[in-house]
Design a protein around this ligand. Structure first.
Ligand SMILES: NC(=O)c1ccc[n+]([C@@H]2O[C@H](COP(=O)([O-])OP(=O)(O)OC[C@H]3O[C@@H](n4cnc5c(N)ncnc54)[C@H](O)[C@@H]3O)[C@@H](O)[C@H]2O)c1
Length: 464
């Protein structure tokens, strides 16, 4: 696999060397780094960039934090209707905590800059756009001295993964706190199970199974671009359909169960081989679908000790729903997520079957800490207020890269190692930091309205 020279594309070894140096520098810098204060009256300022479903949810969680005053002061999106809907929703529920007059509502690809500039250093920037824009937004926020909460996944390719790891180190050096929306890690149930597994409750993990098999989700399956809005804006609106925008259904939907299994194992896989395919290229109305996704995926990840994680994803209406995760060890097994991305309770059994009558342990969490989305905000704001180190970039990037590893193995039909993936030089959406409303879309439809799709075995050096 080719490796680009220069800043953005150093090899993994080079990266590790540099990151060692940066880490050392960071430790020293950390000692001297000034405490980044919130606004002088102790109110934490928040700016929301990407005012869709999750962005509105994250802002709502932010405004529900109980540790001191917190206020939403700016919003940015590329669609006016999205910003309006989000603003009304938040204003209705949080009224005085939402201080976003029209002059602090920004529409356009550079709106994130104005929204970030609306805060005093030490504010929190929320990034909940499709992942393609994550690195550019993150870079600017860190430059401006802002704490960050950014949604998963962080990346769809290797160059942006390496870039975000570097920006993450700069954030630590500036004593900025960074949360990443892999909320499984803030589920108190999964945290309890993680502790149990470290204590040996199921022995050594030998295999794990992660399933998210449901009907069609989000914008994963798209009909032909209707010609308006622009192809770029239409792809952004249907971001689950395009690998450059979201990493596709694989990264967007399956990352949580993959991430929390790797967390239980305390390791990232060293390689992946995978199956995947597309049964249906028409929707229930009989209209042709032109997106880049498969509708089924099955990835076998291998860890350095030979243990495996099998991650199965399916978006097929009418097929059985299985949405849960399991860890099997030398002394027993655990249900990690009972239902959904991290649904409680987690539990432990002596054999290889989850026989309820033999449950040896089950997670228990009080009502105040049952919502992992709220927990992740409470934890971030606690760290900001107490000035404790807090940076989730490393596992945020690695979970994204491991998702891309599995997706790529399925899309090419070729086994790929983590190191090969890390060193890869294909960036799916170069130049997102200079996009304007008139920019061309990173992938273009052919004359029939079709987009390039993966062809395992036929196209193996790239995904499409
Ligand atoms: N942690 C979770 O459980 C969870 C759940 C849902 C979504 N998410 C993540 O949140 C992100 C957003 O997902 P969503 O479901 O809210 O999608 P959405 O389409 O509802 O919202 C995305 C918003 O970002 C806006 N946007 C796109 N590009 C922009 C840009 N360059 N600048 C400013 N605004 C821009 C869109 O117009 C839209 O309003 C995705 O990365 C998704 O994976 C996480």
């Amino acid at each position: 696999m080719t490796v680009k020279s220069g800043n953005e594309s150093s090899s993994r070894r080079e990266f590790l060397k540099t990151s060692g140096r940066v880490a050392a520098a960071t430790t020293l810098a950390g000692l001297a780094a000034p405490r980044v204060h919130a606004a002088s009256d102790d109110t934490l300022q928040v700016a929301l960039i990407g005012c869709g479903g999750r962005g509105t949810g994250a802002a709502s969680d932010a405004l529900s934090v109980k540790q001191g005053p917190i206020q939403l002061v700016a919003m940015a999106d590329v669609f006016q209707d999205r910003l309006n809907g989000s603003y009304q929703n938040l204003k209705n529920r949080f009224d005085k905590q939402v201080d976003v007059p029209p002059e602090r509502q920004f529409i356009g690809f550079d709106g994130y800059r104005a929204a970030i500039d609306s805060m005093k250093p030490g504010g929190i920037a929320i990034f909940a756009t499709p992942l393609a824009f994550r690195w550019a937004h993150f870079q600017y926020a860190v430059e401006k001295g802002m704490h960050v909460f950014m949604e998963k996944p962080l990346t769809a390719d290797a160059p942006t993964s390496r870039r975000i790891l570097r920006i993450g180190e700069q954030a630590t050096a500036k004593n900025l706190k960074v949360g990443v929306g892999l909320m499984s890690r803030h589920s108190r149930h999964l945290q309890q199970l993680h502790e149990r597994i470290q204590e040996g409750a199921i022995g050594d993990i030998v295999s794990m199974f992660a399933y998210r098999m449901t009907g069609p989700v989000g914008s994963a399956f798209s009909e032909k671009w209707p010609g308006t809005p622009s192809e770029l804006l239409w792809q952004i609106r249907n971001f689950h359909s395009f690998l450059w925008a979201s990493g596709g259904s694989f990264n967007d939907f399956y990352i949580h169960v993959i991430d929390h299994c790797c967390w239980m194992k305390n390791a990232w896989p060293v390689k992946a081989q995978a199956l995947g395919g597309r049964h249906y290229r028409a929707n229930s109305r009989g209209n042709r679908l032109v997106d880049q996704n498969f509708d089924v995926y099955s990835v076998e990840y291998t860890f350095a000790d030979g243990s495996k994680l099998v991650a199965d994803g399916r978006c097929v209406a009418g097929a059985e729903t299985i949405y849960s995760s399991y860890a099997l060890g030398t002394k027993g097994m655990a249900i990690v997520s009972k239902a959904g991305d991290c649904g409680p309770p987690s539990s432990v059994y002596p054999g290889l079957l989850p026989d309820r009558s033999k449950t040896t342990w089950e997670s228990k969490v009080g009502p105040d800490e049952n919502n992992p989305y709220q927990n992740e905000w409470n934890d971030l704001v606690d760290a900001i207020r107490a000035d404790r180190p807090y940076n989730e970039v490393d596992h945020g990037v690695k979970a994204s890269l491991v998702s891309s590893l599995g997706r790529r193995a399925a899309h090419t039909g070729i086994e790929i190692t983590y190191d090969e993936m890390f060193d890869d030089d294909q960036e799916y959406a170069p130049g997102v930091d200079t996009f304007t409303m008139d920019s061309p879309a990173p992938v273009r439809a052919d004359a029939d309205g079709n987009y390039a799709v993966p062809q395992p075995g036929l196209v193996t050096d790239r995904e499409y």
